[in-house]
Write a protein that binds this ligand. Structure first.
Ligand code: FES
Length: 407
């Protein structure tokens, strides 16, 4: 067997086989962490392809996290009953099967079943309990180092694989990224099948730090009894206040890192990052240049800067908004006694015809389209929705003609 040959070869170099088991466990947890984090990358692609709501996808991911936590304590029972190697290989195969089956999913319930239940169960079996089991079975010295290394594998897995998975998703789609994840899981499963051993005694080795081979404990209790152990431990621990302090701190930590950041951070970046910028740019460009929303509609009009002819003075009736054309510019003329007011007839808001509006006692014209009010004396917008002032012209009467020029 490969593990026996490797153990002998390492023993000749004074290297304990426990480090190989740690390496395989590290790889397993590394890949599992990448697999755990990968759905967070795929929320947006799934929303786009299937039209699912973020909340629907999040339900599946929340279920996965719940089962990840719930099955963690029971993973030790399975390891005691069936052995670490079998449990690890089965867990990796289960996760890979869940991902592979999801390549053909079309319904939300399939997502919940595969990504929620199947992958939640599989990842729960390889959670931190695996690290603790390996550390206590294989090491009596350096346990802290081993647990620290294996605990770091989760963060490392996300650090290493998430950018890669995100890149694959971006370039080739979420299915190709999942195939990549399944390839990693298969690699870890092969390594576990070939090199993982349940206990040092399987290789006739003492645990690291010991000199005597410890025989495996007799397995006289059944799986049902083993599965009760976590519940009994929970009942006992619940009576100790310190347990609840630890529970609360771990709950907050898990909810924020796994629940919020791991699952939704990428979607959030997408919401506030490139996608939002692109969408905002498109929307802004379309609204500004396509629809002219928010644009001062007088801004690009030609305005005569010299005196130009506009209208026969005799035809400009008292207190009547009148449209005139002055060198191609549309101008609203309004006479009150001897005073003539002239402003651009094009409403800055959306180019409404101001001469069709009404002029009130305050000498403000109200646009007939959306009700913007402009003061005739200086063009100021005294009421929106227009935010830009109306262009004001000077007006005079020369030889019986009304003339205007832009101020
Ligand atoms: S076009 Fe004048 S208020 Fe909208």
């Amino acid at each position: 067997m490969a593990s026996s040959a490797l153990a002998n070869a390492l023993a000749r170099r004074n290297i304990h086989y426990g480090w190989v088991v740690v390496a395989v466990t590290f790889l397993t947890m590394l890949v599992t962490a990448g697999a755990m984090g990968s759905p967070g990358v795929m929320i947006v692609p799934l929303e786009r392809e299937f039209g699912w709501e973020n909340s629907q996808i999040s339900t599946a991911l929340a279920l996965r996290i719940l089962l990840f936590g719930v099955f963690g304590p029971f993973a030790a029972a399975f390891m005691n009953q069936y052995g670490v190697r079998r449990v690890v290989v089965c867990a990796l195969a289960l996760i890979a099967a869940g991902f592979l089956a999801s390549l053909g999913m079309t319904r939300v319930w399939q997502l919940v079943l595969l990504w929620g239940v199947v992958i939640g169960f599989g990842t729960g079996l390889t959670a931190i309990v695996l690290a603790a089991t390996v550390a206590t079975r294989w090491f009596t010295q350096r346990r802290g180092l081993v647990v620290g290394l294996l605990s770091a594998s989760s963060a490392t897995g996300q650090l290493v694989f998430l950018p890669l998975i995100a890149e694959l998703t971006e370039r080739f789609g979420w299915r190709m990224a999942l195939v990549f994840v399944c390839g990693l899981l298969a690699l870890a499963a092969l390594a576990a099948a070939a090199l993982m051993r349940d206990r040092p005694s399987d290789l006739d080795l003492p645990p690291y730090g010991e000199t005597v081979v410890t025989p495996p404990p007799a397995t006289s209790v059944g799986l049902a009894s083993l599965l009760l152990v976590p519940l009994t431990a929970l009942r006992d621990a619940a009576r100790v206040p310190l347990f609840w302090v630890l529970f609360a701190t771990f709950f907050i930590c898990g909810a924020s890192t796994n629940g919020l950041i791991q699952t939704h951070f990428i979607t959030l970046c997408s919401d506030y990052g490139l996608t939002a910028v692109s969408a905002g740019g498109y929307l802004g460009g379309h609204l500004s240049f396509g629809r002219g929303v928010g644009v001062d509609h007088q801004a690009f009009l030609e305005k005569p800067s010299e005196w130009v002819d506009a209208l026969d003075a005799g035809s400009l009736e008292e207190a009547t908004p009148t449209l005139a054309e002055a060198a191609g510019a549309r101008v609203l003329l309004y006479r009150r006694g001897t005073q003539i007011y002239a402003v651009s007839d094009v409403c800055p808001h959306a180019a409404g015809p101001l001469h069709e509006g009404t002029v009130d006692a305050d000498l403000c014209v109200t646009c007939p389209w959306h009700g913007s009010r402009f003061r005739l004396s200086d063009g100021r917008a005294v009421r929106g929705p227009a935010s830009a002032p109306a262009t004001v012209y000077q007006a005079r009467v020369e030889h019986g003609r009304v003339q205007v020029r832009a101020v």
